[in-house]
Design a protein. Sequence first.
Length: 118
Amino acid sequence: MAMPAHPARFQVRLPLALALTLAAAFALGACEKKPSAELQQLQQRLEQQDLKIQQLEQKLNAVTPRGAADSSGKPPAGPVKSLTYRSGTSDDRLRIYWADGTKSDLPCTEEQATLVCG
């Protein structure tokens, strides 16, 4: 059998092709961007703001309208001056006006055709 006319050319092409393939792989790997320090800080601040918003929403949802009632839920001592009832709104309520000038709001709902406030 006859040997190829240029066996040395084949031996040069293989390492060259391998080197080009490896160089292309490294070049493509270098194209992948890593988040910059500034971007990471912005992402961290965004996460902190989201957490703070969630905490504030929880506090807001936990607040119940008590008006002049103290932290134990007791109304002010003394006689009632007047009552008002508001319905058909997003915050239906019974408002109590006390003789001392304070007021208390009691949220109202309708349960089984009965109006319930408090």
